[in-house]
Write a protein that binds this ligand. Structure first.
Ligand code: CUA
Length: 309
């Protein structure tokens, strides 16, 4: 079980970010210290069990308890706390090359890039330029969540009515796994996202595309189904009459790597199942399933959604 966190896209030992590299020595020091103390305690227990019982002087026993039981733990824990606070200071810097607001919802992520030209809304995927520091301003809608990209750095709670901050500075290209690390109800385990690290030029082009309105062909039969079924009451397609805020912004849905808040690959098959058989795909979420959609109407809706790039 312990080793399951040591490989793949959630590998917190891969040091894909400067912040993860800052935390790593603290982790190994705690592991080494804990191993040493465990050895000493078990050694003492074995020794006590085997040694011949002899009376102790009370003064000697008291001195051992005060130094070993009070002074030593206070010094060790105090030193770790101070070290940890210094590390925390680096992780919650007030400035970054780029600011992204992330709002934890049940059970997905509202993502807002702050650019000089204005806010760019997206959801369930975070893209970052390599080597630049991204400042995350985090909050939550109604319950506490926790924002965590294990490969890149520490996790940070997202608290309703408050803003917390976290910086991430990616050092490796790739798509890394992110997840909610605070139990937040039914679909907590399915509240994930992708953290994609790109070359700065590619990132700029991506952000430019994200900021543009949805590309819709008038008369597209899938667009008609989208409107008929009332999808726009909950979802936004920027530049159109679909302006719902309850669910994720879908303006460039198909440019994301995954569907359903980081849990399924973005394929037409998964999209069709998502619409018709949602209870099996992600139980407990607010979105209703549309099991009666089939045939041409379903195909049209799926190909419309898959065209939103
Ligand atoms: Cu959100 Cu757990």
């Amino acid at each position: 079980m312990l080793l399951s966190g040591c490989s793949g896209r959630h590998n917190w030992l891969s040091s894909a970010g400067e912040e993860a590299q800052t935390i790593e020595p603290l982790f190994w020091t705690v592991v080494a210290g804990a191993a040493l103390i465990w050895t000493l305690v078990v050694g003492a227990a074995v020794f006590a069990h085997r040694a011949e019982a002899k009376p102790h002087r009370e003064q000697q026993a008291r001195r051992f308890i005060i130094w070993g039981g009070a002074v030593l733990p206070t010094v060790v824990v105090g030193a770790l706390l101070i070290w940890g606070l210094f590390i925390l200071r680096d992780l919650v810097a007030d400035e970054g090359d780029l600011t992204v607001r992330v709002d934890g919802e049940r059970w997905w992520w509202r993502v807002i890039y702050e650019t000089p030209e204005g806010e760019v809304f997206t959801a369930n995927e975070i893209r970052m330029p390599l080597g630049k520091t991204t400042l995350f301003r985090l909050t939550a809608d109604d319950v506490i969540h926790s924002f965590w990209v294990p490969a890149m750095g520490g996790k940070m709670d997202m608290i309703p009515g408050r803003e917390t901050k976290l910086t991430l500075t990616p050092t490796k290209l790739g798509s890394w796994g992110g997840l909610c690390a605070e139990y937040c109800g039914g679909a907590h385990a399915l509240m994930r996202f992708d953290a994609v690290v790109m070359e700065p030029e590619a990132f700029d082009a991506w952000l430019q595309n994200e900021s543009s309105p949805a590309r819709i062909t008038e008369g597209d039969p899938g667009w008609e189904v989208f409107l008929d079924e009332g999808c726009g009451a909950c979802h936004t397609l920027r530049g159109t009459e679909a302006v719902g805020q309850v669910g994720p912004d879908l303006t460039h849905l198909a440019s994301r790597e995954r569907l359903g808040a980081g849990i399924y690959d973005m394929t037409p098959e998964n999209m069709a199942r998502w619409i018709t058989d949602l209870d099996a795909m992600k139980p407990d979420i607010d979105m209703p399933a549309y099991p009666y959609l089939s045939g041409d109407r379903l195909d049209a809706l799926v190909s419309f959604l898959m065209s939103l790039k």
